[in-house]
Write a protein that binds this ligand. Sequence first.
Ligand code: UDP
Length: 369
Amino acid sequence: MTTPKANKILVLGGGGFIGSHLTQRLLEGGYEVTVVDLFDGKISEYIGDPKLKFLRHDIRARDWGMEELVKWSDLVIDLVAYANPGLYVKIPLEVFRLNFTENLHIAETCVKQNRRLIQFSTCEVYGRTVASIPAAGLKDPEDPKHATFSEDSSEFILGAVNKHRWIYSCAKQLLERVLHAYGLEQGFNYSIIRPFNFIGPKIDFLASEQDGIPRVFSFFMDALIHSQPLKLVNGGVNRRCYTYIEDAVECTYRIVENPGGACDRQIFNIGSPENEVSIRQLAELMREIYRRKYLKPGQALSEIEVVSGEEFYGEGYEDSDRRIPDITKARKLLGWEPKWKLGDLVEASMDYQMECHLNQRLVTQQTGG
Ligand code: UDP
């Protein structure tokens, strides 16, 4: 049986970084979109489009009308999350409540109303690599195969409970398992997305301009602009695969379209396996781009400073050492291929942040995405 095309889409947490780009793409595709978020700063340019409705709600409140909106929609996309590592250490309970309890409430409303759900999860569910465990005694710990994660076969390796950074990973993992169980026992139709370090215009905010804890790209931008040191947590040895938001949204859009029901009850990694970089290399790359494009005469170029994880984030911090997405499934089922290379996507993201900074345009902090 083919799944009918969705026309009306409810995007919860759609005012954030990912949601704003996705909303734009959905509107371009002719969908009718309702976005629920606390903030509309990142989607303000689309407000006024007759196909877009923005509703300001805190999804944690009771009786804000979720049930009716889910009933109205053909498809629900859930982007509501606290997804910044600084928060996992600082407010772990709230991270659990939002990322599990509240997300479960959304999922169970979809189950009840029989609506398809696209749930944004995280590559953090995979945790650390087997190569990060010295006792594993791997012959070649550098072999990328030890860090390449596949949706339906990789093991999950997380740290101890007192390393409470992992509460985010656990919350998302449990949510995924519950969705799977609803699919199994009640035929619930969901698709899960595990993003691998999306980056691009509108990500986060500069810490010096707003309260909060952004991700590494914004910390480094802030430091470069203000000639402060770029702080490398634990020497910046850990690695990430950065994925440009345009590539990520294209893959998500294909999951929305769900050709022939190919995405029904499937989990998808979305990431750029070719864009692996250590955080130290990222710092060096950003310094170089900044020096070439933005350094003002007489302005000092930021130096690099090594700090410990506990010093930077506080007690309970532990890190993912390396994560490379296996994207065979997205390639095969959706014909998707990421196009953006690391140097270009970092430069494009920096250009946007610099433009905002120079025009004194604040990129408002969001809960979503
Ligand atoms: N990090 C860093 N300096 C900073 C902020 C983060 O070295 O100013 C490191 C952090 O310890 C992690 C990596 O950068 O190893 C990526 O962190 P981010 O907050 O961007 O999110 P993650 O990829 O861990 O979800």
